[in-house]
Design a protein around this ligand. Structure first.
Ligand code: SF4
Length: 362
């Protein structure tokens, strides 16, 4: 059976190295924009690919992955996988081990897919970065109730046969004492979904053996945002994860040193517009919004006595058609006019939180 990588770029190159490690030979690349050759392999048009081939998508953006998936399906290709690009310590070789360890299978997923959902299992955080787009420094409590969070997932399941990706986050999700229950329940309800815990990693060295085993056994990835305090103990963190063979990814230290002030209270701000949460659909207590900034903006409003617009948060129960919900998640909301780019150095909030930690008024 022929094997192709979709995506002739950096991740495609990484994927090729991984395939070499598993002793799998590649037949070529495919790409939406490039033709010719890449790394001495041909870049082939979709029409020249045998329909029984295996195609592994090497793209990170979720909506691009699903768009490529749909294009491949409409051309009769069914053996489609996505490369997770997570670390892996497996010593097994061959195609079966590669697909199991490194990829998410999209075989037989159909048309109606929820691309990406964010699930807060702790509103509060142990780090409290200035500029947090989830406004976590303003929360004092974990807030999440297991039954309510899982009910949100069940409501999504009624609308979507498949959910591609769930990010379990917050705030800091490892603060939640019910973490193991979430991991087990999410994997039970979503056996095919790419599920990852998004964390600053600081609590990983202290996680119990039981929780680490449960994360491994349920095939949950760990995505670490490497802030300065995380960087100081990154070896401890990765050693602990590797000890339990947990797949992980690190969002590089350098990229985490720049942060952004996410909103302006002025809809005609002098700062350029910037959306840094597009596609991060967020569910919370029976509601759904196109991004966490919108879902949690009411906390900012309450804390600083502001009135930024909250329109665009919908009740999951009001939908019977997943396609309509996805259309609503693409519509601009009034808050979008307030999302700006104003670079700041990464730092943590003081005990007393300031308006300027999250917003400007000009
Ligand atoms: S409110 Fe709009 S612009 Fe702002 S983060 Fe959300 S989707 Fe992006």
């Amino acid at each position: 059976m022929s094997i192709y990588i979709y995506g002739a770029g950096n991740i495609g190159e990484k994927l090729l190295k991984k395939m070499n490690k598993y002793e799998i030979s590649l037949d070529g690349f495919m790409d939406s924009y490039k033709e010719g050759e890449f790394l001495n392999y041909p870049i082939l048009p979709i029409t020249e690919i045998d329909k029984n081939s295996i195609v592994v998508i090497s793209v990170l953006n979720t909506s691009s992955i699903l768009s490529i998936y749909k294009t491949l399906c409409s051309n009769g290709i069914v053996n489609i996988y996505w490369f997770k690009d997570f670390s892996d310590k497996s010593s097994k070789l061959g195609l079966e081990a590669f697909l199991k360890n490194e990829c998410v299978s999209l075989v037989g997923w159909g048309d109606l897919i929820m691309p990406h959902v964010e699930l807060h299992i702790s509103d509060k955080c142990n780090l409290n970065c200035r500029g947090c787009t989830h406004f976590s420094p303003l929360f004092d409590e974990i807030g999440a109730v297991f039954e309510e969070k899982m009910e949100d997932i069940m409501k999504l399941k009624r609308l979507f046969p498949e959910i591609f990706r769930i990010d379990v986050l917050g705030g800091e999700p490892l603060l939640n004492p019910d973490l193991a229950e979430y991991v087990i329940a999410l994997r039970k309800e979503l056996p095919k979904t790419f599920i990852q815990i998004y964390t600053n990693g600081l609590l990983i060295p202290q996680l119990s053996e039981d929780i680490l085993k449960i994360i491994y056994e349920n095939n949950i990835g760990v995505s670490i945002s490497e802030y300065a305090p995380t960087h100081k103990i990154i070896d401890k963190i990765t050693n602990r994860l590797e000890e339990y063979e947990i797949h992980y990814r690190i969002a590089a230290y350098d990229s985490k040193q720049k942060f952004n002030t996410p909103v302006s209270t002025n809809a005609n701000s002098k700062y350029p517009k910037l959306c840094i949460s597009d596609g991060c659909i967020t569910v919370n207590n029976g509601m759904i919004a196109r991004c966490p900034t919108l879902m949690y903006i009411s906390k900012f409003n309450e804390y600083f006595q502001q009135n930024l617009p909250t329109e665009g948060i919908y009740k999951l129960d009001d939908y019977t058609d997943g396609n309509l919900l996805l259309k609503d998640m693409e519509k601009e909301v009034p808050l979008c006019k307030h999302c700006i780019q104003k670079d700041i150095e990464w730092s943590i909030c003081d005990k007393e939180k300031h308006f300027e930690d999250f917003a400007v008024s000009e």
